[in-house]
Design a binder for this molecule. Structure first.
Ligand code: HEM
Length: 426
């Protein structure tokens, strides 16, 4: 039996207080509602901390996070897509029986494979394709806003009504997939986020395992279809490149689809939702972009710094190494807290202030850094810009509704609000 409260020694009592190593400075790996105070304590008291609850070395200062991202020879991304919680026997069997062999498109690949595939994918990610999508994104935004603004009681959920569909339709269009598949891809993507970065027990994993099998089978079918029919879309471009001698297999193309059909919308839905949420909760910033929409790009960089869609990403040490003067052993799994790095007082003045005029917001690490730097960053920012431009024009009186604080889904890496309730004047 453990000690009763009166039997606690002074050092026991001290070790249970917030700020002491035993409680990891208040850091809760899957808790996303408000991690920023814990991040600040980590930066101050233990910027490189081993967290045995997840088996990761947690890195919280900007300079250290950037240095690890940059040194890909010592710190590989091979664990970036590994399940944080081990797969249970039932989920493992479902995935094996379903022929699930998907591997990361790019983010968990390492050179030379990563270099080879990224060069081919980058050629298909042309600014021409993005530019061509702009009118459709704008039209889809106007349609979504009109539908939301038709609500009789002048209330809506910006996440559900606007942010949810737009990036998904965009990435499906880019890959030549029928946009009516949006709800299916959202279901599959939720499963992917939960299965890889969530804290699920064995039973909870089962329905998600079925979804991942369906998702992977569909990616393989899309590649087969591109071989058969061709088309004016990214998968057909990759298949064509393969035909012209580019060194990429069908399995690698299907894996890229598996990555893009998740990464290409999940994080952008969050960026759009966070942009509206954070701008509306700093009214002067909202009024500023209403008065001057050319301030929107700066505001987007500041949202990415202040409230990024991904607050933590993973690496593995390939050799004994040092991070910020702390020795980490070969094989160590490392969790880079970009959400903390972006609030590092050593880099950003008054880091907890949301300021859309700051000139160094672009130094955020929300898209990573180095050889894996996000391939879709321009597309994400383009969509957020269009949505904000259309929203301030259509409904400048928009404001947050409700008095309850907005909650965020539990996850190791993705910080996703559950809703963004809004209201407006008639
Ligand atoms: C706000 C939106 C987005 C955020 C916050 C985000 C964030 C990230 C991060 C943190 C990485 C890992 C970087 C690293 O390991 O150094 C990454 C990689 C990647 N992202 Fe994004 N992303 C976003 C949107 C997109 C979009 C729209 C696409 C595709 C259309 C995309 C495709 C990719 C790909 C393919 C990679 C892997 C790159 C590589 O390993 O070479 N992302 N992204």
């Amino acid at each position: 039996m453990g000690p009763t409260p009166t039997e606690l020694t002074e050092s026991d009592a001290a070790s249970t207080a917030v700020g002491c190593p035993v409680d990891h400075h208040g850091y809760q790996p899957f808790e996303m509602d408000d991690p920023f105070d814990a991040y600040a304590r980590l930066r101050r008291d233990e910027p490189v901390m081993y967290d045995e609850r997840i088996g990761y070395w947690v890195v919280s200062r900007w300079a250290d996070v950037r240095a690890v991202f940059e040194d890909w020879e010592t710190f590989s991304s091979e664990n970036a897509q590994a399940p944080v919680r081990q797969r249970g026997p039932a989920a493992t069997r479902i995935m094996k029986d379903g022929g699930f062999t998907a591997y990361s498109g790019l983010s968990a690949r390492i050179p030379p494979d990563h270099t080879r595939i990224r060069a081919i994918a980058q050629r298909a990610f042309t600014p021409r394709r993005f530019k061509a999508l702009e009118p459709t994104i704008r039209e889809n935004t106007r349609t979504a806003l009109r539908a939301m603004l038709a609500s009789a009681d002048h209330t809506g959920d910006f996440l559900r009504d606007v942010a949810y569909d737009i990036p998904t339709v965009t990435i499906l269009t880019l890959l030549g997939v029928d946009p009516s598949m949006v709800p299916t891809y959202k279901r599959w993507s939720d499963s992917r986020a939960a299965m890889t970065w969530g804290d699920l027990d064995d039973d909870e994993q089962v329905p998600h395992a079925h979804n991942l099998v369906e998702y992977w089978q569909e990616c393989q079918r899309l590649v087969a279809e591109a071989h058969e029919k061709g088309g004016d879309h990214l998968i057909a471009d990759l298949v064509e490149a393969q035909g012209a001698g580019a060194e990429i297999t069908d399995h690698e193309i299907a894996s890229l689809c598996y990555s893009l059909l998740f990464a290409g919308h999940e994080t952008t839905t969050t960026l759009i939702a966070n942009s509206v949420r954070v701008l509306l909760s700093h009214r002067e910033a909202w009024e500023r972009i209403v008065a001057d929409p050319t301030a929107i790009p700066g505001a987007i960089d500041e949202v990415l710094r202040y409230s990024g869609s991904i607050v933590a990403w993973r690496r593995r040490a390939l050799a004994d190494a040092e991070i910020g003067g702390v020795a980490v052993p070969k094989g160590a799994d490392i969790l880079l807290l970009m959400g903390s790095a972006n609030r590092d007082e050593a880099v950003f003045a008054h880091p907890d202030q949301f300021d859309i005029t700051r000139d160094d917001a672009r130094n955020h690490l929300s898209f990573g850094f180095g050889i894996h730097y996000c391939l879709g960053n321009m597309l994400a920012k383009l969509q957020d810009r269009i949505v904000l431009e259309e929203t301030v024009a259509a409904v400048p009186s928009l404001r947050l509704a409700g008095t309850e604080p907005i909650r965020f889904r539990e996850n190791l890496s993705f910080r996703v609000p559950t809703s963004v309730p809004v209201t407006w004047e008639a």
